[in-house]
Design a protein around this ligand. Sequence first.
Ligand SMILES: [Zn+2]
Length: 235
Amino acid sequence: MKIERYHNLYQITFLPSAFPINCFVMEQEDGLICIDMGVGRFADYVKEIVLQTGKPLNKLMLTHAHSDHVNGVPYFKEVFPEVPVGISKRDSYLLKKDFRLLENEADKPIKGGFPKNLIPIDFTFEGGEKIEALEVISSPGHTPGSVSFFEPEHKVLIVGDAFQTRGGIAVAGVLKWLFPFPKMATWNNEIAVQSAKKLLCLQPELLAAGHGNVLVHPEEQMQAAIKIAEAGGRK
Ligand SMILES: [Zn+2]
């Protein structure tokens, strides 16, 4: 486990050199918000941040329903029984093992690993809401209900797997040989590119992806990654 800090954002990384999975904790004036809970052990580190900062943990929010972003929720609930857990309404169906596509969705198979056990969810969002310091940005493509979270004061953007930075920055759906897993788990490449462009428009100062390092001043790199994604993954 590795912990890094950027402004008001803590990054906790499981297996940093093999299959890195990130959990983020955003510090606000009146409390903390946690984003993603891929493995239960993250909760112990989040607890340490709670103790260090003396601030309560207000919420856990999930970027999407893949196992490596939600599998730790049951243990998290043991450590923080009072803290509500939220996910997009669309991806909440995937947690209930309902993989049917909605009428307005392209007919492509939903891919990737989903949790075997029940993941308790307390609230859902659809994108466009402001929850605590975070704007919920609908950013589908990797899964139909993927969301990102944007903290406008410090321009921190947490994207789940809409981008990856491990193995080189890439938009969801573009293969990176050094870390091919997000590509293999991506539902809809075309929608993923549209979402990536929408995220770039936020002009983030920090890009925090589910797998890989946090990027500081990421705009040019995001632009280049979008260009490659638009060319179908070819440079
Ligand atoms: Zn994923």
